[in-house]
Write a protein that binds this ligand. Sequence first.
Ligand SMILES: Nc1ncnc2c1ncn2[C@@H]1O[C@H](COP(=O)(O)OP(=O)(O)OP(=O)(O)O)[C@@H](O)[C@H]1O
Ligand SMILES: [Mg+2]
Length: 285
Amino acid sequence: MVSEVRDVGPGPFGSGQQAAPIAVGEQAAMPSGEEAVDRGEALRVEGVSKSFGLVQALVGVSLSVHHGEVVALVGDNGAGKSTLIKVISGVIAPDEGALYVNGERVVVRSTNDAAACGIRTIYQDLALADNLDVVENLFLGRELFRGVGPLRRVDFGAMRQRTAAVLSELGIGTIPDSRALVAQLSGGQRQTVAVARATLDNCPILLFDEPTASLGLKEAHNVIELVRRLRAQGTAILIITHNMRQVFEVADRIVVLHLGKVGAVFRTSSTTHEAVVKAIMGKAS
Ligand SMILES: Nc1ncnc2c1ncn2[C@@H]1O[C@H](COP(=O)(O)OP(=O)(O)OP(=O)(O)O)[C@@H](O)[C@H]1O
Ligand SMILES: [Mg+2]
């Protein structure tokens, strides 16, 4: 049985290191240096449960992500990570539980509801429109226009320029032509389009479901750099990855899901790979 923990958020400025995982009733110490500014809670998930028939994908899951914080959500295949992200982003209705954005209870029944709450998601199963080109995918549902009234037109020029800027900001040089249909792109190229799409409008809360899974080394590095930049701008980021190196590179805290439950919560600066891996496997540390 894994240790029982609760999610405590970054808390106030603190001193010293905590033994990992962060145990019930303890306050988590802020890590030192650049991360030591608590900008308040952006997202809180409380007591979320979801079953698919006999499969209990999530059982009373609670966690929080603060503004300017990266929380890694880790766990074995089937632990419930994607299901949780889908609940937060309005794709799946939970059986129980509540979501809070900036401390306010919100009801999210669709991805539009989530977007209205400032939540944007990059899904593991990418959800791009194959028959549209890169620019159209980036701006799908939020096209740029110029002119007014009957003269109002989609501004393809502005959308192309913005696409080029976003792709270059992401350091993406592997998409030769932003007019290419997404169906013609490689898996990694599609993933970079999905990342670019999610970061286009500076959403305050970003959920990433394995954003680097099929990326090459350089692109994966660029995505991690982007996550760092977004955090510095105050974005709250919940990121699923199986890549432990990335977890330790980028996350402030690590939430481990095991068989649909929060098995442990760690402060990255005061834990080890070994402790996290043990929690992922459901072993007490
Ligand atoms: N739509 C669905 N219908 C039925 N069962 C589902 C559905 N979605 C997820 N599940 C089940 O819920 C459990 C959790 O799945 P989920 O996709 O959340 O896992 P995960 O942690 O994201 O795993 P992975 O690391 O492999 O992506 C699994 O047992 C899965 O089979
Ligand atoms: Mg998944």
